[in-house]
Design a protein around this ligand. Structure first.
Ligand code: IPE
Ligand code: IPE
Ligand code: MG
Length: 253
Protein backbone atom coordinates (compact mmCIF):
# COMPACT_ATOMS: atom_id res chain seq x y z
CA UNK A 1 0.00 0.00 0.00
CA UNK A 2 1.55 3.23 -1.08
CA UNK A 3 -0.98 6.04 -1.32
CA UNK A 4 -1.22 8.39 1.64
CA UNK A 5 -4.86 9.14 0.74
CA UNK A 6 -5.92 5.80 2.25
CA UNK A 7 -8.71 5.84 4.81
CA UNK A 8 -7.79 4.49 8.29
CA UNK A 9 -9.82 1.32 7.47
CA UNK A 10 -7.90 0.76 4.24
CA UNK A 11 -4.58 1.49 5.93
CA UNK A 12 -5.45 -1.10 8.60
CA UNK A 13 -5.60 -3.92 6.01
CA UNK A 14 -2.75 -6.41 6.24
CA UNK A 15 -0.78 -6.00 3.00
CA UNK A 16 0.45 -9.60 3.36
CA UNK A 17 -3.07 -11.01 3.33
CA UNK A 18 -4.68 -9.09 0.50
CA UNK A 19 -6.42 -11.11 -2.19
CA UNK A 20 -4.20 -11.11 -5.25
CA UNK A 21 -7.22 -11.29 -7.55
CA UNK A 22 -10.72 -9.95 -6.88
CA UNK A 23 -13.59 -10.78 -9.26
CA UNK A 24 -16.88 -8.88 -9.13
CA UNK A 25 -20.33 -9.66 -10.54
CA UNK A 26 -21.59 -6.09 -10.87
CA UNK A 27 -25.32 -6.65 -10.54
CA UNK A 28 -28.35 -4.49 -9.72
CA UNK A 29 -28.13 -1.54 -12.11
CA UNK A 30 -31.69 -2.08 -13.34
CA UNK A 31 -33.16 -2.33 -9.85
CA UNK A 32 -31.26 0.78 -8.76
CA UNK A 33 -32.87 2.71 -11.63
CA UNK A 34 -36.32 1.23 -10.98
CA UNK A 35 -36.19 2.28 -7.33
CA UNK A 36 -35.58 5.83 -8.49
CA UNK A 37 -38.27 5.59 -11.20
CA UNK A 38 -35.59 5.97 -13.87
CA UNK A 39 -34.91 4.09 -17.07
CA UNK A 40 -32.65 1.00 -16.65
CA UNK A 41 -30.01 2.69 -18.80
CA UNK A 42 -29.58 5.37 -16.11
CA UNK A 43 -28.65 2.55 -13.75
CA UNK A 44 -25.97 1.35 -16.15
CA UNK A 45 -24.64 4.90 -16.45
CA UNK A 46 -24.37 5.20 -12.68
CA UNK A 47 -22.83 1.72 -12.64
CA UNK A 48 -19.98 3.02 -14.80
CA UNK A 49 -19.09 5.50 -12.02
CA UNK A 50 -18.97 2.62 -9.55
CA UNK A 51 -16.58 0.81 -11.91
CA UNK A 52 -14.20 3.76 -11.80
CA UNK A 53 -14.34 3.81 -8.01
CA UNK A 54 -13.69 0.07 -7.68
CA UNK A 55 -10.71 0.31 -10.03
CA UNK A 56 -9.27 3.19 -8.01
CA UNK A 57 -9.76 1.34 -4.76
CA UNK A 58 -7.85 -1.67 -6.07
CA UNK A 59 -5.07 0.52 -7.37
CA UNK A 60 -4.72 2.46 -4.12
CA UNK A 61 -4.80 -0.63 -1.92
CA UNK A 62 -2.46 -2.64 -4.09
CA UNK A 63 -4.66 -5.44 -5.46
CA UNK A 64 -2.92 -6.97 -8.50
CA UNK A 65 -5.89 -8.27 -10.54
CA UNK A 66 -9.49 -7.05 -10.77
CA UNK A 67 -11.96 -8.87 -13.02
CA UNK A 68 -15.33 -7.23 -13.67
CA UNK A 69 -18.30 -9.09 -15.14
CA UNK A 70 -19.67 -6.41 -17.44
CA UNK A 71 -21.70 -8.38 -20.02
CA UNK A 72 -22.56 -12.07 -20.16
CA UNK A 73 -23.24 -14.30 -23.16
CA UNK A 74 -26.83 -14.46 -21.86
CA UNK A 75 -27.11 -10.66 -21.73
CA UNK A 76 -27.29 -10.61 -25.57
CA UNK A 77 -30.89 -11.78 -25.11
CA UNK A 78 -31.93 -8.53 -23.40
CA UNK A 79 -34.07 -6.04 -25.38
CA UNK A 80 -32.17 -4.56 -28.30
CA UNK A 81 -32.46 -1.06 -26.87
CA UNK A 82 -30.71 -2.07 -23.63
CA UNK A 83 -27.97 -4.02 -25.42
CA UNK A 84 -27.30 -1.03 -27.69
CA UNK A 85 -27.16 1.31 -24.71
CA UNK A 86 -24.73 -0.99 -22.90
CA UNK A 87 -22.49 -1.16 -25.97
CA UNK A 88 -22.55 2.63 -26.32
CA UNK A 89 -21.67 2.99 -22.65
CA UNK A 90 -18.80 0.56 -22.98
CA UNK A 91 -17.42 2.53 -25.92
CA UNK A 92 -17.74 5.76 -23.96
CA UNK A 93 -16.02 4.19 -20.96
CA UNK A 94 -13.12 3.08 -23.15
CA UNK A 95 -12.77 6.54 -24.69
CA UNK A 96 -13.00 8.46 -21.45
CA UNK A 97 -10.84 6.06 -19.43
CA UNK A 98 -8.06 5.37 -21.93
CA UNK A 99 -5.86 8.19 -20.70
CA UNK A 100 -6.57 7.50 -17.04
CA UNK A 101 -5.70 3.83 -17.39
CA UNK A 102 -2.48 4.74 -19.13
CA UNK A 103 -1.55 7.40 -16.58
CA UNK A 104 -2.30 5.06 -13.67
CA UNK A 105 -0.19 2.22 -15.10
CA UNK A 106 -3.25 -0.03 -15.42
CA UNK A 107 -3.18 -2.81 -17.99
CA UNK A 108 -6.50 -3.69 -19.60
CA UNK A 109 -7.37 -7.27 -20.61
CA UNK A 110 -10.61 -8.80 -21.82
CA UNK A 111 -12.09 -12.26 -21.51
CA UNK A 112 -15.08 -13.51 -23.47
CA UNK A 113 -16.32 -13.79 -27.03
CA UNK A 114 -15.24 -10.27 -27.90
CA UNK A 115 -15.62 -11.00 -31.61
CA UNK A 116 -19.39 -10.72 -31.03
CA UNK A 117 -19.05 -7.05 -29.99
CA UNK A 118 -20.01 -4.39 -32.56
CA UNK A 119 -17.09 -3.25 -34.76
CA UNK A 120 -16.80 0.23 -33.27
CA UNK A 121 -16.66 -1.15 -29.72
CA UNK A 122 -14.08 -3.75 -30.76
CA UNK A 123 -11.93 -1.07 -32.31
CA UNK A 124 -12.09 1.10 -29.18
CA UNK A 125 -11.20 -1.96 -27.14
CA UNK A 126 -8.24 -2.93 -29.34
CA UNK A 127 -6.95 0.61 -29.05
CA UNK A 128 -6.97 0.65 -25.23
CA UNK A 129 -5.62 -2.91 -25.03
CA UNK A 130 -2.65 -1.94 -27.14
CA UNK A 131 -2.18 1.44 -25.41
CA UNK A 132 -1.93 -0.18 -21.99
CA UNK A 133 -0.11 -3.38 -22.88
CA UNK A 134 3.21 -2.29 -21.37
CA UNK A 135 1.68 -1.16 -18.09
CA UNK A 136 2.62 -3.27 -15.10
CA UNK A 137 0.40 -1.96 -12.31
CA UNK A 138 -3.15 -3.21 -11.72
CA UNK A 139 -4.43 -5.76 -14.26
CA UNK A 140 -8.02 -4.81 -15.08
CA UNK A 141 -9.88 -7.65 -16.78
CA UNK A 142 -13.25 -6.88 -18.36
CA UNK A 143 -15.49 -9.90 -18.94
CA UNK A 144 -17.38 -8.97 -22.11
CA UNK A 145 -19.75 -11.33 -23.85
CA UNK A 146 -18.36 -13.79 -21.34
CA UNK A 147 -19.82 -17.14 -20.33
CA UNK A 148 -18.03 -19.77 -18.26
CA UNK A 149 -19.53 -22.69 -20.16
CA UNK A 150 -18.70 -21.28 -23.58
CA UNK A 151 -15.15 -20.61 -22.34
CA UNK A 152 -14.74 -24.26 -21.31
CA UNK A 153 -16.19 -25.51 -24.61
CA UNK A 154 -13.79 -23.25 -26.51
CA UNK A 155 -10.86 -24.69 -24.51
CA UNK A 156 -12.00 -28.30 -24.99
CA UNK A 157 -12.34 -27.76 -28.74
CA UNK A 158 -8.77 -26.45 -28.87
CA UNK A 159 -7.49 -29.47 -26.97
CA UNK A 160 -9.50 -31.93 -29.10
CA UNK A 161 -8.08 -30.38 -32.27
CA UNK A 162 -4.53 -30.90 -31.01
CA UNK A 163 -5.27 -34.48 -30.01
CA UNK A 164 -6.82 -35.16 -33.42
CA UNK A 165 -3.76 -33.73 -35.14
CA UNK A 166 -1.56 -36.04 -33.07
CA UNK A 167 0.22 -33.16 -31.32
CA UNK A 168 -1.15 -34.01 -27.89
CA UNK A 169 -1.72 -37.24 -26.04
CA UNK A 170 -4.96 -37.45 -23.98
CA UNK A 171 -3.09 -38.54 -20.85
CA UNK A 172 -1.05 -35.33 -20.78
CA UNK A 173 -4.28 -33.32 -20.34
CA UNK A 174 -4.21 -31.90 -16.82
CA UNK A 175 -5.43 -28.82 -14.92
CA UNK A 176 -2.50 -26.70 -16.03
CA UNK A 177 -3.08 -27.54 -19.68
CA UNK A 178 -6.80 -26.79 -19.52
CA UNK A 179 -6.24 -23.56 -17.55
CA UNK A 180 -3.84 -22.46 -20.26
CA UNK A 181 -6.55 -22.82 -22.91
CA UNK A 182 -9.07 -20.60 -21.11
CA UNK A 183 -9.52 -16.88 -21.83
CA UNK A 184 -7.87 -16.30 -18.45
CA UNK A 185 -4.60 -17.98 -19.48
CA UNK A 186 -1.76 -16.45 -17.44
CA UNK A 187 -4.10 -14.80 -14.91
CA UNK A 188 -4.14 -16.34 -11.41
CA UNK A 189 -7.49 -17.69 -10.17
CA UNK A 190 -9.60 -15.20 -8.17
CA UNK A 191 -9.14 -15.32 -4.40
CA UNK A 192 -12.30 -13.36 -3.69
CA UNK A 193 -15.60 -13.16 -5.57
CA UNK A 194 -18.03 -10.36 -4.77
CA UNK A 195 -21.59 -10.22 -6.10
CA UNK A 196 -23.77 -7.19 -5.51
CA UNK A 197 -27.59 -6.91 -5.52
CA UNK A 198 -28.36 -9.82 -3.21
CA UNK A 199 -28.51 -12.57 -5.84
CA UNK A 200 -26.86 -15.76 -4.63
CA UNK A 201 -25.67 -17.29 -7.88
CA UNK A 202 -22.76 -17.30 -10.31
CA UNK A 203 -24.69 -16.62 -13.53
CA UNK A 204 -22.11 -18.48 -15.62
CA UNK A 205 -19.12 -16.50 -14.32
CA UNK A 206 -15.61 -18.04 -14.13
CA UNK A 207 -16.94 -21.54 -13.44
CA UNK A 208 -13.52 -23.20 -13.58
CA UNK A 209 -11.48 -20.41 -12.00
CA UNK A 210 -13.65 -19.89 -8.90
CA UNK A 211 -13.10 -23.44 -7.61
CA UNK A 212 -11.45 -22.23 -4.39
CA UNK A 213 -12.37 -18.54 -4.22
CA UNK A 214 -13.94 -17.03 -1.11
CA UNK A 215 -17.45 -15.71 -1.86
CA UNK A 216 -19.00 -12.51 -0.58
CA UNK A 217 -22.58 -11.58 -1.42
CA UNK A 218 -23.89 -8.11 -0.59
CA UNK A 219 -27.41 -6.69 -0.99
CA UNK A 220 -25.97 -3.35 -2.15
CA UNK A 221 -26.96 -2.54 -5.72
CA UNK A 222 -23.92 -2.04 -7.95
CA UNK A 223 -24.34 1.74 -8.53
CA UNK A 224 -24.24 2.20 -4.72
CA UNK A 225 -21.14 0.03 -4.23
CA UNK A 226 -18.35 2.26 -3.01
CA UNK A 227 -14.87 2.23 -1.57
CA UNK A 228 -15.95 1.97 2.07
CA UNK A 229 -17.88 -1.25 1.54
CA UNK A 230 -15.16 -2.68 -0.67
CA UNK A 231 -12.60 -2.10 2.10
CA UNK A 232 -14.92 -3.74 4.68
CA UNK A 233 -15.23 -6.80 2.43
CA UNK A 234 -11.44 -6.97 2.11
CA UNK A 235 -11.12 -6.77 5.91
CA UNK A 236 -13.65 -9.62 6.23
CA UNK A 237 -11.70 -11.66 3.66
CA UNK A 238 -8.58 -11.27 5.79
CA UNK A 239 -10.37 -13.03 8.66
CA UNK A 240 -11.17 -16.11 6.60
CA UNK A 241 -9.18 -19.28 6.79
CA UNK A 242 -8.59 -20.85 3.40
CA UNK A 243 -7.95 -24.56 3.79
CA UNK A 244 -7.99 -25.83 0.18
CA UNK A 245 -9.27 -29.20 1.39
CA UNK A 246 -6.59 -29.62 4.05
CA UNK A 247 -6.80 -29.42 7.84
CA UNK A 248 -6.29 -26.32 10.01
CA UNK A 249 -2.62 -25.56 10.52
CA UNK A 250 -2.98 -26.01 14.32
CA UNK A 251 -4.56 -29.48 13.84
CA UNK A 252 -1.95 -30.83 11.49
CA UNK A 253 -0.10 -32.94 14.10
C1 IPE B 1 -25.95 -5.59 -14.04
O1 IPE B 1 -27.14 -5.00 -13.71
C2 IPE B 1 -25.40 -5.09 -15.34
C3 IPE B 1 -25.49 -6.07 -16.44
C4 IPE B 1 -25.90 -7.30 -16.36
C5 IPE B 1 -25.07 -5.60 -17.75
P1 IPE B 1 -28.53 -5.56 -14.24
O2 IPE B 1 -28.86 -4.87 -15.52
O3 IPE B 1 -28.53 -7.04 -14.31
O4 IPE B 1 -29.52 -5.06 -13.11
P2 IPE B 1 -30.72 -5.85 -12.46
O5 IPE B 1 -30.20 -7.17 -12.02
O6 IPE B 1 -31.78 -5.98 -13.51
O7 IPE B 1 -31.15 -5.00 -11.31
C1 IPE C 1 -24.78 -11.35 -14.39
O1 IPE C 1 -25.88 -10.60 -14.05
C2 IPE C 1 -24.04 -10.71 -15.52
C3 IPE C 1 -23.39 -9.43 -15.23
C4 IPE C 1 -23.36 -8.84 -14.09
C5 IPE C 1 -22.71 -8.83 -16.34
P1 IPE C 1 -27.34 -10.90 -14.64
O2 IPE C 1 -28.24 -9.88 -14.08
O3 IPE C 1 -27.26 -11.00 -16.11
O4 IPE C 1 -27.62 -12.34 -14.05
P2 IPE C 1 -28.98 -13.06 -13.69
O5 IPE C 1 -29.84 -13.00 -14.91
O6 IPE C 1 -29.59 -12.31 -12.55
O7 IPE C 1 -28.59 -14.44 -13.30
MG1 MG D 1 -28.99 -8.46 -12.99
Amino acid sequence: MSSDSLSPEAAALDPERLPRHVAIIMDGNGRWAKKKLLNRVKGHEKGADAVREAVNTCREIGISYLTLYAFSTENWQRPRMEVDALMALLKKFLHTQAEELRANNIRLHTIGETDRLPDDVRQALEHVLSQTRHNDGLHLILALSYGGRSEIIHAVRGIATEVEAGRLSPNTIDETLLSGKLFTCGIPDPDLLIRTSGELRLSNFLLWQLAYAEFHFTPTLWPDFGKEEFVRILADYQQRERRFGQVDSDQAT
